[in-house]
Design a protein around this ligand. Structure first.
Ligand code: SF4
Ligand code: SF4
Length: 426
């Protein structure tokens, strides 16, 4: 097949101290409309640009990447039928699925705007999702985050639907990977059996050790939840499940985070440490915490703790260059109880949905309507050496086109890359 290049696209590359050469397609429509590609895709792009025709063998070997370039409107197939309805293309899709707005805890800083609504998960949600997934070309894996509220208080509402979805997707060759976002205060043996059977990854939120966690994560009667959470982590580990921990650093737990990190390293656990968005943490507090955390991680290398495989740092893309801090607007979205599709879960019932599972449009096309929410990066970000690691931070909380944590992120990225280098040398 002959291809022409979209005249609005040009190939660029940037030398990155950690990732080496990073290739990307820059679209003329907006300076932030950037698509990272690999070296092989760049090679094909250059060939087509110099009007060389691809051999049949080259087309066969690169069919996946050619399809991606066509779906991104970077390449135009010249001998394709004129009117051809193309299906949306993606290899992976990541969905946050709100399965309940109910929660058994009363954390006073919860960031889900729809929390405690009286709405329930619509009964046909998994059927609707399947109909969207099956129409995505090249889809290999669906990553589904079961979240809330507290998803385990509504276990009976989604457990069968999830199993049905898994079986349906499997029958058409698509894998369903499940992750549960939980406070881990409600755990039955039946749930543990379900996690084991369906390889569910369990992510549990912890703020700190003991009283630091209990300051906010209280039951409705005021009692803390830390002891229950730790006991349930122990139960999961004894059953062969290794939960990962999500730590959000805020103004009132930042001093307790290093203690928690030490505890997790000692137990060889996986965790993510993120800065609270929306003004709950100052840059000075975050810097102090991350200096202590990274010093602990540096020392943990001596005990053989594999930092690069165990720790994620906020929304920073320290493993692979990326043009945006998250996949929202590209191949990820948050779906509310009623089937409305949002750019991010922090917008449930507060922001405008991008679309609805009920409509005519495929989920992937709905998701891509949110792409421009990532636009508007500052000039500093454009020229920053960490443009493809930090990407300006969460687009919903930037100030003047960049993250309010900009300087701390720069320091953290450099510390983390240094730790990775030392880990490689071990
Ligand atoms: S927010 Fe700061 S660290 Fe991040 S890309 Fe922009 S200038 Fe770089
Ligand atoms: S938009 Fe912001 S809060 Fe939402 S997933 Fe992306 S980085 Fe996270």
């Amino acid at each position: 097949m002959k291809y022409a290049l979209n005249a609005l696209c040009r190939l660029e590359s940037r030398q990155h101290e950690h990732f080496g050469d990073v290739y990307f397609i820059q679209k003329a429509t907006h300076r932030d409309d950037v698509i990272i590609i690999d070296a092989q895709t760049a090679k094909i792009f250059k060939k087509i640009k110099s009007n060389e025709q691809l051999s049949i063998e080259e087309e066969r070997r690169n069919s996946e990447l050619l399809a991606r370039l066509v779906s991104e409107n970077i390449l135009v197939p010249l001998d394709a039928p004129r009117i051809k309805k193309t299906k949306p293309i993606a290899k992976n899709i990541n969905i946050w699925l709100q399965v309940t707005d109910s929660c058994n805890l009363a954390c006073d800083y919860c960031y889900i705007p729809s929390l405690y609504s009286d709405k329930n998960l619509r009964s046909d949600i998994f059927y609707l999702l399947f109909n969207h997934f099956k129409d995505i070309e090249g889809l290999e894996t669906v990553h589904l985050k079961l979240a809330g509220g507290e998803p385990l208080v509504a276990f009976s509402r989604w457990e069968q639907g999830v199993q049905w979805l898994r079986a349906q997707l499997k029958s058409i060759g698509i894998k369903l990977e499940l992750r549960l976002i939980t406070n881990l205060t409600r755990l039955t043996n039946e749930m543990i059996g379900f996690f084991l059977k369906h390889d569910v990854i369990v992510s549990v939120s912890i703020d700190g050790l003991g009283a630091t966690h209990d300051r906010h994560r209280k039951h409705k009667n005021g009692s803390g939840s830390f002891n229950t959470v730790i006991a349930n982590i122990k139960r999961l580990r004894e059953s062969g499940i290794s939960p990962s921990v999500m730590i959000t650093v805020a103004g009132d737990n930042y001093l307790g985070v290093p203690g928690l990190v030490e505890y997790l390293i000692e137990r060889d656990m996986t965790f993510r440490v993120s800065d609270a968005k929306g003004g709950y943490l100052t840059a000075e507090q975050f810097e102090q915490t991350m200096d202590a955390v990274n010093s602990l991680l540096g020392k943990s290398l001596e005990q053989g703790y594999p930092v690069s495989r165990r720790v994620i740092f906020s929304d920073l893309r320290t493993h692979e260059a990326a043009s945006t801090p998250c996949s929202m607007g590209s191949h990820a979205a948050a779906i509310y109880l009623d089937g409305s599709v949002y750019f991010c879960h922090t917008e449930f019932q507060a922001g405008e949905p991008l679309g609805h599972l009920n409509g005519e449009q495929n989920l992937l096309d709905i998701i891509r309507k949110g792409k421009n929410k990532h636009f508007g990066l500052s000039d500093d970000c454009q020229s920053c050496k960490y443009r493809f690691v930090c990407a300006g931070g969460c687009p919903l909380y930037r100030v003047d086109g960049k993250s309010p944590m900009c300087n701390v992120y720069k320091k953290v990225i450099s510390q983390v890359f240094d730790i990775y280098e030392r880990e490689k040398g071990k």
